[in-house]
Structure formats: C-alpha cells, structure tokens
Design a protein. Structure first.
Ligand code: ADP
Ligand code: F6P
Length: 464
C-alpha cells in the first residue's frame, strides 16, 4: 500500500488533544498507510545560515508516522508567511484586494521557502508515495518537486475560498501561480462555487481546455479540479462534549447564565470573520427588539491571530471600541450585552460552551468552509438543540441549508435572524438540527480524506 505524505505549513502533533479534527483525520490516514507529515516547525532561528539547513530539520517518529519540520529564518517568516501568504494570498482569496500588499520581496520569499521545503522533502520520498499538499502557503510546492524529478501523484487542497477570475488576475504573479497549480494531479476546493471560479479563471487567463469529469488541460498537463467540502470528526467532538471538561464548562455556563439566553461567536480575530458587522447586528437587535435587553448576551471569543500584521491590529482596535461602546450604551449593573474575550479557549472546553448556547453566530464575510459551524451542531443536545445562524458567504452554506442563512453586510436582516433564532419553537429547532446533523455525519472529515485520496488516485490513473 502506498504511503501518504502530507505537507502543510503547520504540523500538529496528532497525539495532543488540542490538535483538532484535521490533525485527527490526517493522523488516521497516515497511520493506515504509514507516512510523513512535513511542514514548518513554527519557529524562526536568528542565524540565517542554520535556517532551512539540515541542522534545522526536526524529525520525530510516532508509530509508523514521521513528523518532519523545518525552522525558518526571520526573513523567510516575514516574506513567505507574513508577506506573501498572509498579506497577499489571504486577503486576495478572501476578496479583499484593498488589504493586499504586493511587495516584490514577498514573492521571492514565498518561492524560496517552497523550494526549500521541496529540497528537504524530496530525499525522504519513496517511489510509490502519494503526496497531499495543503493550503495557500504551498501552491508552488508540486512544481518545485517536479523540477527535481518527482513523478509521484501530488494532490493539493485549498482550505480558503477562490475569488472570481478578475480578482485572482490582480495578483502580479498570477500566471506563475496558475502554471504551478498544473503541476498537481488534483486540486481540491471547498465548494462548487470555488470550482466554478478556478475553472473560469484557468479558461480565461491560461487558455485551459475543460474536459468532462472536472479535468482541465493546459501547459501540457492535465489537472482534475473538484469540490471536497471538509468536515469535522463528529464522533470526536461528541466525545469531547461528554468529557469531564466539556461537561464542567457546560454546567458552569448554565449556572452563570441561568436567566439569560446565550449567543456565541468563536473565531480567530480575522477580518474575514465579519466580527464588527456582528456587533452592529446585535446593537440593531437591542434597539429594535428591546425585550432582549437584560436577557440576551453574546459571548464572543476571538483568538489572537497573525498579530504582526497591521490589518489584524486595526481590527483588534475596532472590536475593542465597538464592544466597549455597546456595553457602555446598553449595559446594566447586572447585565452586559457582550462578553468579548480576546483569547483561545482550550479545545476540550469548547463543546461545553457550544452546548450551553442557544444561538451560534457564524457570520464571516467570506470563509473557505468554517468548521466552527459544524462543531456547534455536533455539540448540541439533540432533544433541545441551539440554532445556527450562518453567513451565506461561508463555504459551509452550500451544505448547511437548514441553518438560518444571512447576509452579514445586512445589519437589519442579521438582527431579524437573531430574533427568529431566539424565539424559534423547539419542534423547528429539532427538525433543522436533525437534517444538519445527517449532513455533517455523512460528510465528516474521514469522508473528506477518503474522497480526496481516492479522487487523486483516479486522476492519476485517468491521465497515465
Ligand atoms: P479558520 O481556519 O479560518 O481559523 P475555521 O472555523 O474553519 O476557521 O476553524 C477554526 C478552528 O479553530 C476550529 O476548530 C475552532 O474550534 C478553532 N478555534 C477558532 N477560534 C477559537 C478560539 N477562540 N479558541 C479556541 N479554538 C478556536
Ligand atoms: O484555514 C486557514 C488557516 O490558514 C489554516 O491553514 C490555519 O490553520 C489557520 O487558518 C490559522 O492560521 P495561521 O496558521 O496563520 O495561524
């Protein structure tokens, strides 16, 4: 059986519970076949001659799986990770050209690190390994590996959205990025809308020909493009909800908020997540449905993220100010509309928090999938479930039609949806939740991994 080799910017130690659903799925896949998980160590080293050299490669063996990570230099971190990945590709792919900074040194750093990863990975590969590369940090990795003579099957999964063709075309290096994509055998995206955008872009900008079954032909290569919506490990999450810390969190929250209805937001503090818009909608709700004053509380957990980037700093200031203002304007001695927490919550405690909440506000302006929406559903009490309010611009909206779908730019419409969720009868809540659970169980993270790997093998067979 072929080994699986997974490459991603961050490598999680799958033995740790905090690692999350993706790590669990990847661990399962790797353990079945044996293999490697390769990526950045998350560390930078001051001595640039050590960074990226053999001395900065760390290897750890866990059963039949090797975790291999590489340290980067400060300059590589700034140009590859902060620069090209998070100051160019992240904003552009989330439709935010206004936030992108097209600095030439970023592109150079991005190429350098992708080449470095390929150089460190290539000697570890065996002839029949299947390689699975993840996310926007590593688009050119396959092209770098191919240039070294790698002929293994290589698949790529993009966790973030694909914007419409003309937005993609604004990236100065877009032609090079597209050519790099064609070094893969399969490109997996989160939604059918993303597939439409990528195919439209490749046809218009790279003269690609479309063939049946999602195959594209350009640059003398054939690439399959398909939608593989990522799921969660529903079983793992339900078990966490019933675990000691999950139950403890649930009981504490229910006790503390026994006379209140809880609204919950759990996000990284990122401008794609629609956090200011969410606070505006809450303000509108309190103004127009005053029965919610002294009754509904939004707990907004916003995990610090990419703090060295200006746009994230601006967002932090904006959120501090909006939350301060709404609490100042509406708060009472014994009630505040928002509890805003700029911190991570331990993964084991999250399910208890989800279960204690009547409504989840998952209202990104644009999101690849959004796993929080699925985690909230999995953690609910099936006999008395909460209501999911989901942005129609989250990838998950293509699958989760029984949620209350909103346009987060529409303050009035979002506030109406919150009111509807807070007053939804039990029968309707159960009906919606049952349908949503059937979907997330069927398309869980194990389905996602199997579907992607099978499609990769099939794509290689078809084009051999
Ligand atoms: P993204 O990949 O953009 O961060 P997702 O919703 O797809 O968004 O995934 C986020 C993951 O991180 C989820 O598994 C969620 O539980 C976790 N997470 C997000 N915010 C927090 C937080 N504040 N504390 C703890 N975990 C968080
Ligand atoms: O979903 C996009 C993503 O970049 C993931 O790859 C990553 O795990 C998450 O957001 C957190 O971002 P970062 O790795 O930049 O901290």
């Amino acid at each position: 059986m072929s080994r699986l080799v997974v490459v991603s910017n961050r490598v999680a130690d799958p033995r740790k519970a905090a690692a999350g659903g993706l790590a669990v799925a990847i661990k399962d896949g790797l353990q079945q076949t044996g293999g490697i998980w390769f990526g950045w160590s998350g560390k930078t080293v001051a001595d640039a001659s050590v960074a990226g050299s053999q001395n900065s490669v760390h290897k750890q063996t866990v059963g039949n799986v090797q975790l291999v990570t590489v340290d980067l230099s400060q300059q590589d971190y700034e140009t590859y990770y902060l620069g090209y990945a998070n100051n160019v590709l992240w904003p552009v792919f989330h439709y935010r050209l206004d936030l992108a900074q097209f600095d030439v040194s970023f592109g150079a750093g991005y190429r350098r690190v992708n080449r470095l990863f390929a150089q460190r990975l290539f000697p570890l590969l065996k002839p029949d390994d299947i390689i699975w590369v993840h996310d926007y940090h590593l688009i050119p990795l396959a092209a770098e590996l191919r240039a070294m003579g790698c002929v293994n099957p290589i698949g790529f999964f993009l966790h973030i959205p694909v914007p419409p063709p003309l937005i993609m075309a604004a990236v100065p290096e877009h032609e090079w990025l597209t050519r790099s994509l064609f070094a893969y055998d399969l490109v997996g995206l989160q939604t059918e809308a993303d597939v439409k955008h990528l195919v439209g872009y490749a046809e218009a900008e790279a003269g690609a020909e479309s063939h049946q079954g999602g195959y594209l032909r350009a640059f003398n290569r054939t690439l399959r493009v398909g939608a593989f919506p990522i799921g969660i490990d529903v079983g793992e999450f339900a078990a966490l909800a019933d675990g000691r810390e999950g139950v403890d969190m649930f009981s504490r929250m229910r006790e503390e908020y026994s006379r209140r209805q809880l609204l919950l937001g759990v996000d990284r503090l990122d401008y794609s997540k629609g956090l200011p818009q969410r606070i505006h909608a809450l303000r509108y709700l309190l103004e127009h449905y005053p029965e919610n004053r002294k009754r509904a509380t939004l707990i907004q957990i916003a995990a610090p993220s990419r703090e060295n980037l200006g746009a994230y700093d601006d967002l932090r200031r904006e959120m501090d100010s909006l939350c301060g203002a709404i609490n100042g304007d509406f708060g009472e001695l014994d009630w505040m509309p928002v509890r805003y927490i700029h911190r991570n919550v331990a993964r084991r405690r999250l399910p208890g928090l989800y279960r204690a909440s009547q409504v989840a506000l998952v209202t990104p302006l644009r999101d690849g999938m959004n796993l929080v929406s699925k985690e909230f559903l999995a953690a609910q009490n099936t006999a008395d479930p909460g209501v999911l309010i989901l942005s129609r611009f989250a990838g998950g909206a293509e699958q989760l039609g029984e949620a209350l779908l909103v346009n987060p730019y529409d303050t009035h419409g979002t506030a109406e949806a919150i009111q509807r969720a807070l007053t939804m009868p039990l029968g309707e809540r159960i009906e919606r939740h049952t349908a949503l659970m059937a979907t997330i169980r069927k398309y869980d993270v194990h389905w996602w991994r199997r579907a992607f790997v099978d499609a990769l093998k099939e794509a290689v067979r078809r084009t051999a």
